[in-house]
Design a binder for this molecule. Structure first.
Ligand code: MG
Length: 219
């Protein structure tokens, strides 16, 4: 079973399901030449796709375009369904920074054929996630800077202020379709600046001032 560490406490949390939101930053929607969705796009990754700080990302042989998407990750702390937006923060344990690693060529082919993104988004090691910061330490999750650099140069940097659907709205909307349980993760979408990586690259992600995670791409 995959687990994540709570920062500052010697305690691990078992990872449940991983729900991901697509198209949640306007500038990223523009770079993908996509449309702002009326309802958020939701997809899943398996819990087995999680890797922790320091663990490598696998470049699978069935793709030739592996891309990084840095995202704020919500960690759910208690079970809930049909959660009203005004109560959403009660269900949050904390936050982390994660990478929604994507096989862009596999995803493009699936999109064209009207097929699910499961392999493109859920392959082994597709969900690197930092240690968890408890919510009490983050007064405003909509005012965080998230960054992604590759081999030391910044590729993505944005504020969570720019999210189209904020944390509380995402929790409320997702919980209409899926019962949320302790240990579930929600990836909240990526800002602009996504790019391809190669074997040997080192990807560093962070929530500025809070937490970092580092991952090398291997064959
Ligand atoms: Mg994403």
């Amino acid at each position: 079973m995959n687990t994540l560490k709570i920062n500052g406490i010697n305690k691990d949390i078992a990872v449940g399901k991983i729900l991901c939101i697509g198209r949640n930053y306007e500038e990223h929607i523009k770079e993908m030449k996509a449309k702002i969705p009326e309802e958020p796009v939701i997809f899943l990754k398996p819990a087995s796709s999680v890797v922790r700080n320091g663990e490598p990302i696998w470049y699978p042989p069935f793709s030739s375009d592996l891309q990084h998407e840095v995202e704020l990750v919500i960690v759910i702390g208690k079970e809930g369904k049909n959660i009203p937006q005004e109560d959403a923060y009660e269900y949050v344990l904390g936050y982390a920074v994660g990478l929604d690693m994507t096989l862009r060529d596999v995803q493009s082919k699936a999109k064209k054929e009207g097929l699910p993104w499961t392999i493109a988004k859920g392959f082994d090691t597709s969900a690197p996630v930092s240690d968890i910061i408890l919510k009490e330490k983050i007064p405003n999750p909509q005012n965080l800077i998230i960054t992604c650099s590759v081999n030391g140069s910044i590729r993505q940097k944005s504020s969570t202020k720019n999210m189209i659907s904020p944390v509380d709205k995402i929790i409320s909307q997702i919980s209409k379709f899926f019962t949320l349980e302790k240990g579930d993760l929600i990836f909240t979408g990526t800002p602009e600046g996504i790019s391809s990586v190669h074997v040997g690259d080192v990807i560093d992600i962070e929530i500025t001032g809070y937490i970092k995670s580092s991952h090398k791409v291997i064959k």
